[in-house]
Design a binder for this molecule. Structure first.
Ligand code: SAH
Ligand code: SF4
Ligand code: F3S
Length: 480
């Protein structure tokens, strides 16, 4: 959508923390603000509006917001001294969980809005603009009107109200298909910050995917806090993730599909079968397990055992031998003993992960685990985290090295860091760069992996490359 000529040109700076769903939401907020004349800017100093799209998952993530708000207060005061207005909004999961605390601790914030209310931004911005006409508080730089706090869970989904994405989301794009969580793991804030599970209807997902592809996207990661619990309404009743992926795979020009984040409990036979069937479904699966100890998995309310996870991995690998696994681990959940920790290390050794995220348990207010007895001492948590991370790092490096000499399909997404380089991603989501023409960007071409760096691979174009196509080589690279 183009800016109506009557609207003044304004700039919005959106800073995104947390998961991919926040990245997706930030783009949606930019879309709702575009008709008001707001264009995105990376430079906070140029902004007429700043939105912090926040994450509440661990204490550190949430605390970052308050230190950032301190800095923005200064910017707002400087602008007020020049007679300019800076509208400040806090969105995302900290807004949802700590809305009242934000308005009390940071009264210079104009708008606090939870993840389900982004379609209401234009109305809130208009109300702030009206309040801004009142004299500002000289101490805080806050406008004269009331703070606007919008953290209800509306009956209707925000997806029914958000406008269509108007700008391309890039060659590899995110598409949220499911939000919220009903699983209530002992440690996790998501069911409280995002609300209960909701799946977007199939038609809405397909329409958005087609639009993205028309705008140049070639790879889509469908997103949800529990994406494999997806059950969106189709023509003949609810449809599961596997069926949705099969339908997405029929969209011409959509060469690659991924889905994240999954729960082991929702890994059904149909989804496992989809990995065998669909060449577009990329062979890296992020499947968080959190712990390898049955005692801890029960305390975490995960609803499965460590062996059940091993069996799921076996089924997936039988369906798709090239499949690699990624996961999340929490170290030092209340009650975790040395034996529990050893069981996690054993599971990591048994499964072998291509990459993984591991976190030190962080007590979150309002979650069952925060009040549990037997909190693990900080020093012990640090020690266990270091041990797990060293093992996971070794496994990642071994996986990366195992790709050397293979030829694989790379999707080129942009220029590399050095002149003459292009960068992209392998089927296993590894960043890869090589010397090659910029005309490769947006295309898929066969690349031979020649080296590994700690966080990326380097490659060489295979002779005759440059054709835009998808071949089965993406799925089963031939070891050389
Ligand atoms: N829905 C996903 C996870 C979403 S949160 C799932 O069920 O797996 C992303 C990751 O953050 C989690 O997998 C977990 O490893 C980590 N995490 C969540 N709460 C945490 C906490 N209180 N402390 C430390 N890590 C946490
Ligand atoms: Fe959080 Fe558990 Fe839901 Fe994942 S499944 S979002 S960890 S409560
Ligand atoms: Fe963080 Fe909310 Fe995502 S807590 S991880 S931004 S769902």
């Amino acid at each position: 959508m183009t800016t109506p000529p009557s609207q003044p040109k304004r700039r919005v700076h959106i800073r995104t923390y947390g998961c991919q769903m926040n990245v997706y939401d930030s783009d949606r907020m930019a879309d709702v603000l575009a008709p008001l004349g707001y264009a995105p800017t990376d430079d906070v100093a140029l902004a007429d509006m700043v939105i912090l799209n926040t994450c509440h998952i661990r204490e550190k993530a949430a605390e970052k917001v308050f230190s950032e708000l301190g800095r923005l207060r200064n910017l707002k005061q400087e602008k007020a001294a020049r007679g300019e207005q800076l509208t400040l909004a806090v969105a995302g999961c900290v807004a949802q969980a700590e809305g009242a605390e934000i308005t009390a601790r940071a009264p210079w914030v104009d708008i606090v809005l939870g993840p389900q209310s982004y379609h209401r931004l234009p109305e809130l911005v208009a109300r702030v603009a009206r309040a801004g006409a009142l004299p500002a508080n000289p101490q805080t730089g806050a406008p004269g009107g009331n703070k606007l706090l919008e953290t209800d869970f509306p009956v209707e989904s925000k997806f029914d109200h958000l406008p269509e994405a108007t700008q391309g989301q890039g060659i590899a794009a995110f598409l949220t298909i499911q939000e919220g969580c009903d699983k209530f793991c002992s440690f996790c804030v998501v069911p409280y910050t995002r609300g209960s599970e909701y799946s977007r209807p199939v038609a809405a997902v397909l329409a958005e995917a087609r639009r993205l592809v028309a705008l140049g996207t070639r790879e889509i990661s469908v997103l949800g806090q529990n994406v494999n619990a997806y059950h969106g309404e189709g023509d003949n009743g609810p449809v599961g993730l596997a069926r949705l992926l099969r339908t997405l795979a029929e969209i011409p020009g959509l060469d690659r599909l991924r889905y994240t984040t999954s729960h082991p409990r929702d890994m059904d036979d149909d989804l496992v079968a989809a990995h065998a069937e669909l060449p577009q479904l990329m062979p890296l699966l992020h499947l968080p397990v959190q712990s390898g100890s049955d005692r801890m998995l029960a305390a975490m309310n995960r609803g499965h055992t460590a062996d059940a996870f091993r069996r799921i991995v076996d089924r997936l690998r039988a369906a798709q031998p090239g499949l690699a696994l990624s996961s999340d681990f929490i170290v030092g959940h209340p009650g975790e003993t040395a034996a529990d920790h050893a069981a996690t290390l054993a599971l990591i050794r048994d499964v072998g992960f291509a990459m993984a995220y591991s976190f030190k348990y962080s007590a979150r207010p309002g979650t069952p685990a925060a009040g549990a007895p037997l909190q693990v001492a900080e020093a012990l948590r640090d020690e266990r985290l270091a041990e797990i991370q060293a093992l996971l790092r070794d496994q990642q490096q071994a996986f990366n090295r195992s790709r050397i000499g293979m030829t694989m399909e790379v999707l080129f997404t942009g220029p590399g860091r050095h002149p003459g380089q292009v960068a992209g991603r392998t089927p296993w989501l590894q960043p890869i760069h090589l010397l090659g023409p910029a005309s490769l960007i947006g295309r898929i071409a066969p690349v031979r992996v020649v080296g590994t760096q700690p966080n990326s691979l380097s490659g060489m174009l295979v002779a005759g490359a440059g054709q835009s196509h998808l071949t089965p080589a993406a799925q089963e690279p031939a070891p050389v």
